[in-house]
Design a binder for this molecule. Structure first.
Ligand SMILES: NC(=O)c1ccc[n+]([C@@H]2O[C@H](COP(=O)([O-])OP(=O)(O)OC[C@H]3O[C@@H](n4cnc5c(N)ncnc54)[C@H](O)[C@@H]3O)[C@@H](O)[C@H]2O)c1
Ligand SMILES: O=C(O)C[C@H](O)C(=O)O
Length: 343
């Protein structure tokens, strides 16, 4: 990509709540930079068409210099024709009391045709981010229907979990979010995920694990304080934040999900810089995660490709959580396999 070459970006579920938070940020240049014009393609089903068309009118009214064109369609093939970036947001969101497994059934008809349309018509460099839940397994379904697109180009979003982990750490350590790096979320974008702070660093070069005892003093004390805080507060808070938002807000996270999607694609296209981030991408067997599953790893983007950070030591506690989350991914894969959606 060179500056000034327009990029075609398809957003599915454009009439929904994430779509409404996401499209204006993409159009303003927050995702690819203000030097890259964007052509937006808004893909909806008939029930969401009016909302998407209304959003398109508002996008026009923003007069963003970066916005080259907007098309709204319900035609899946037209939606992905020539697309460079596909953001698969459209899906039924989880309501109170629902688990992600409940959504596999509801969303299975969406991701197979979309994968096939990407295979047939998208640009050669297409990059896909699945946001719609259950995101990892939906990405697996879409990828299975796009045999000509490298599997590494189908990713699922765990950047929101990653950002949640950074924010919780920053509040606890009383430092800016920008001061913390090298935190990882492993596994599934679900309550089984494995947030891992073992390699985290604070700008002053202290490790996050070394900085925590002082920050926790007065709240928790003694030699087990950090482990107690991780297991009793930090991990459940990050892993169950989606459910907390649903309970407090009455509907699932939208603006924070949109912000995470912007971060994910920004870093994929423009590079990660000095820290790694978390992305669910196809496993090559690294860290004992079954090859072929789409699982979250610590990754850096080099030359517009997500590379898994190698050689990190994984503690027994994190290992156990990763194994549980990967087992959940296997179970989801087996469920969609039994429906004939993946080989
Ligand atoms: N990965 C994450 O971190 C994360 C975070 C938040 C939400 N989510 C998920 O994102 C998805 C969207 O959430 P939302 O709050 O915007 O939901 P929403 O109900 O507000 O919007 C979904 C939109 O998708 C549309 N849609 C449904 N099927 C479609 C299809 N086949 N093609 C195109 N559009 C289609 C609907 O008409 C609707 O407008 C949900 O699955 C939600 O669980 C994921
Ligand atoms: O948890 C959900 O269902 C919504 C979303 O995946 C989230 O993490 O906020």
């Amino acid at each position: 990509m060179s500056a000034n070459t327009p990029m075609t970006i398809t957003v599915t579920g454009a009439g929904g709540q994430i779509g409404y938070a996401l499209l204006f940020r993409i159009a303003s240049g927050a995702m690819l930079g203000i030097g890259t014009p964007v052509r937006l393609r808004l893909l909806e089903i008939p029930a969401g068409l009016n909302a998407a068309e209304g959003t398109a009118l508002e996008l026009q009214d923003c007069a963003f210099p970066t916005l080259a064109s907007i098309d709204v369609t319900t035609d899946v093939s037209a939606g992905f024709e020539g697309t460079n970036i596909a953001l698969l947001v459209g899906a039924r969101p989880r309501g109170p009391g629902m688990e992600r497994g409940d959504l596999l059934q509801a969303n299975r008809a969406i991701f197979a045709p979309q994968g096939a349309a990407i295979n047939a018509g998208a640009a050669d460099d297409v990059k896909v981010l699945v946001v719609g839940n259950p995101a990892n397994t939906n990405a697996l379904i879409a990828s299975a229907h796009a045999p000509d697109v490298p599997a590494e180009r189908f990713t699922a979003m765990t950047r929101l979990d990653h950002n949640r982990a950074l924010a919780q750490l920053a509040m606890t350590l009383r430092v800016p979010v920008s001061a913390i790096s090298n935190v990882t979320v492993w596994g599934n974008h679900s309550a089984t995920q494995a947030p891992d702070i073992a390699h985290g660093i604070v700008t002053d070069s202290r490790g996050v694990p070394q900085a925590l005892p002082e920050a926790l003093a007065g709240v928790l004390g003694g030699p087990g304080a950090v482990a107690e805080w991780l297991g009793g507060t930090f991990i459940p808070r990050v892993a169950k934040r989606g459910a907390e938002i649903i309970e407090v807000r009455g509907s699932s996270s939208a603006a924070s999900a949109a912000a995470a999607a912007v971060d994910h694609m920004h870093d994929w296209v423009l590079g990660t810089g000095s820290s790694w981030t978390s992305v669910a991408r196809v496993s090559d067997g690294s860290y004992g995660v079954e090859a072929g599953l789409i699982s979250s790893f610590p990754v850096r983007s080099n030359n517009q490709a997500w590379e898994i950070e190698q050689g990190l030591e994984v503690s027994p506690a994190v290992r156990a959580r990763i194994d549980r989350s990967v087992q959940e991914l296997r179970d989801e894969r087996d469920m969609v396999r039994s429906l004939g959606l993946v080989p």
